[in-house]
Design a protein. Structure first.
Length: 138
């Protein structure tokens, strides 16, 4: 019974996340659709979330039937409604990695010359510094 409750809690959290995701995507649709990388990140997160919700629905029904229920005793359902959605979700995130895409997005927006604003308010060109160095105000 604890396992079923945990799966349902996971499903509810996933659904709440998806509602918030849709809200953010709708509010920012002009900015998102204007940039290919932002669109790819949105697609990747949406696909992955939907696959996880599909799996959560299946797992909730499966465990509600008990350990000897129809779904848990027929391997085709486990493969089709548990394994394949997770392969799609993880495959999507592997190919369209939000971390990599957002890093490329950041790099295209900052251009070749990165500037750091100091405490004094002056802007200093840091384009010649190695990547891991930082500029400290004097």
């Amino acid at each position: 019974m604890l396992t079923e409750g945990s799966i349902v809690a996971q499903l509810v959290c996933g659904c709440v996340f998806f509602v918030l995701l849709v809200w953010v995507l709708l509010r920012g649709r002009q900015l998102i659709t204007a940039d290919r990388l932002a669109t790819l990140v949105s697609v990747a997160i949406t696909i992955s979330t939907l696959m996880m919700i599909l799996r959560g629905v299946y797992r909730s029904i499966e465990l509600a039937q008990g350990w000897t229920g129809y779904l848990i005793t027929h391997e085709g359902y486990i493969i089709g409604l548990d394994a394949i959605p997770m392969v799609i979700a993880m495959g999507t995130l592997a190919v369209l990695s939000p971390g990599s895409l957002l890093a490329r997005y950041r790099d295209t927006k900052t251009g070749d010359i990165e500037k750091t604003q100091h405490v004094s308010g002056e802007l200093t060109d840091t384009s010649s510094l190695p990547v891991n160095d930082t500029v400290h105000p004097k």
